[in-house]
Design a protein. Structure first.
Length: 274
């Protein structure tokens, strides 16, 4: 059983939580906790052995924790996701392979693309693909995408190199539930061909960032980041190849952390228990 807690900090929280679990005859096998002193905010993730009535345990926790505490007891272990794509295949392919072999930690319900180029790979893995192009009226296209996503009721929406800017109205429908991956050159190398721009500038590090999507473009709470060194021997094509590899790896790590309920969001920051 997993217990997730986020609340205002105060003295004695760990002791009170441990007492409730002990009285329920639940044995703590893993406990991670963090206090953000600046925000006076407490975060905890527990793995416990034993059986207990989940709603009753949550009710007991609510009685001893500060008002407004966020408590999740035994979150659904196998999350459900919808993936959104454009033309690049590397992140989607990795997700589909992991999903096929049961190592993703989630189930891919469908893929939505604004181009048809990736339908073939979805067909090979038996995953429904829906083509929803962007019209002149962006709102019409987004409403169609929202309806399709809601028909599956997923836990998360994953942008696997979905190369369109989502409107605040779209993001509001899935607050802290949209996960994006992008190269870490922003904002220095914004716009088209970031790896070509990086090559021309002779950068020595390239990287990728996975984050939750907010109204502020590419400025949402960060889940995972990674960089790798490059040098003068790299061509622009080499940088593109390395960039795709690191984007795939960082998104995979971020999804693993989120699906395992190891990521806490507060304001525009995250607490990540790896």
């Amino acid at each position: 059983m997993i217990v997730i807690i986020q609340c205002k900090d105060r003295v004695g929280l760990v002791a009170d939580i441990s007492r409730i679990l002990s009285e329920a005859e639940l044995n703590i096998v893993s406990m991670r906790e963090h206090v953000d002193k600046a925000e006076s905010r407490f975060f905890m993730r527990l793995e416990v052995d034993g059986t207990a009535e989940e709603l009753q345990l949550k009710d007991q926790m609510e009685q001893i924790l500060p008002e407004g505490a966020l408590i999740h007891v035994n979150p659904v272990p196998d999350k459900k996701i919808v993936v959104m794509v454009t033309k690049e295949y590397h992140c989607l392919a990795d997700i589909l392979v992991r999903n096929n072999f049961g190592t993703l930690g989630a189930t891919v319900l469908s893929v939505i693309g604004n181009h048809s180029i990736l339908q073939q790979i979805c067909d090979r893995f038996g995953i429904p693909f829906f083509l929803i192009p962007y019209h002149d009226d962006k709102e019409i296209s987004e409403q169609e995408i929202i309806r399709k996503i809601n028909s599956y009721n997923p836990d998360y929406v994953v942008l696997a190199k979905f190369m369109r800017i989502l409107s605040p109205a779209f993001v509001k429908n899935f607050s802290h539930r949209i996960i994006n991956i992008h190269h870490s050159f922003l904002p220095a190398f914004a716009g088209a061909s970031p790896y070509k721009q990086a090559f021309e500038r002779g950068v020595k590090l390239i990287g990728a960032t996975a984050h939750f999507v907010t109204d502020d473009l590419d400025e949402g709470p960060i889940i995972a980041q990674q960089i790798i060194p490059v040098n003068h021997s790299y061509t622009a094509a080499d940088m593109v190849k390395s960039g795709k590899e690191i984007e795939t790896a960082v998104l995979a790590k971020a999804l693993r952390l989120v699906f395992n309920d190891r990521v806490f969001v507060y304001k525009n920051k995250t607490v990540v228990f790896e």
